[in-house]
Design a protein around this ligand. Sequence first.
Ligand code: TYD
Ligand code: MG
Length: 466
Amino acid sequence: MAKAKSAYVCQSCGTAHVRWQGRCEGCGEWNSVVEELVDSGVGAGPKMATAGGRPVALVPLSGETETAARVTTGLGELDRVTGGGFVMGSAVLVGGDPGIGKSTLLLQAAAALANQGKRVVYVSGEEAVAQVRLRAQRLGLGEANVQLAAETNVEIILATLQAGAAPDLVIIDSIQTLWTDRVDSAPGTVTQVRTSAQALTRFAKKSGAAIVLVGHVTKDGQIAGPRVVEHMVDAVLYFEGDSSHTFRILRGVKNRYGATDEIGVFEMTTLGLSEVANPSALFLDQRDTDAAGSAVFAGMEGTRPVLCEIQALVAPSPLGTPRRAVVGWDSSRLSMVLAVLETRCGVRIGANDIYLNVAGGLKVNEPAADLAVAAALISSLTNSPLPPETVFFGEISLAGGVRPVVHAALRLREAQKLGFKSAVTGKLGAGDGGGFRVSEYSELAELIGKIAARGRQSATGSGQPD
Ligand code: TYD
Ligand code: MG
């Protein structure tokens, strides 16, 4: 018998190495390389000879095809992200940190579909049937006709799914617990995860069922990251959130049947995940409108406007190298805004400790937040609260100019809906203002001057709210 060959495969990105090494050359991860047998390993197909190179019939691109049938869960935020429901015959990967609420969300979706009379199978590889039942009862979904199984072997799962009537939706929680007889590596390794995902994706295409695979994202390389199956599935959704906050965001990262710039917002309650139809109201909740250093940013998450509060604290620093701490925004972007303030607008701010926080635990990664950040910084530095009914958005250029950003009209409409009265931004195109009071600045220095002047007025007691 031939000696089984082994390769050293990174459990994070799947790169194969000739010998073991502490750091993966593919992704730079430490301690993620594990020995696996390659005989049946990475990329190996089923152990069957293909039928002697039989040609397939080639067809033209044009032709009649039905539009993809979907199962709509009725959970508005979930359907929004999938583009109108799970597509029959497709595989979806739902990734996220452990404990973020993936099982809860999918159990709710499963129950909603079962209540519509769909055949839904929930296979749990992590929890026993009793645990899933208990959770369902706690969520008030105990009566839903969801078919449960606690199983981790792919062959058994496939045999079970093929035995009865074809299911409409199959949920596999989670892909990391699955193992197949076909490969020899330990469960949870890249090879196992990949082969299992492949078998299930093939089942989805053949049977017409929608399959949802749950995958944990882990920082250490012990369990294969779901990234290795991203290219196999039709859609990838990431469920994110901060464990210290109750809201969760479901984000489409890849979608072969819809747009990827959609988000769904949920709130984790004692009765499971509830949809948040108006995320801005959630992020602006308990805002301290009189405090200096707080600015409301009219941002966009995908195609959806989301307002949030940006808080800055500028404090004199006792240290030679002042402290910079940023939560929810890019710290190099903060350095850039500080440099522009210092160099182009003549503001002495660099020697202070600076803390910046996006309230509510939201992560903002739009350059359009520059203007709100600059306003919050100056407001804190000069101890002058910004007008509470004003939103800010605009990108700051290195030359100190304020650049207009996309979707200005959407941002303004959302602000208006939430009771804001005015907006500060870059020069807008004609007609973007839509009846709202919009102050347009092309130079950052002008705005800084206005905020500082407000501070001086209120210090002398003659300040009129603008
Ligand atoms: P879970 O869905 O098990 O997370 P995942 O499958 O992503 O690992 O959710 C676990 C967390 O959710 C757990 O810490 C408790 C919390 N939770 C609630 O706050 N309310 C609820 O109704 C449920 C079911 C869970
Ligand atoms: Mg879970």
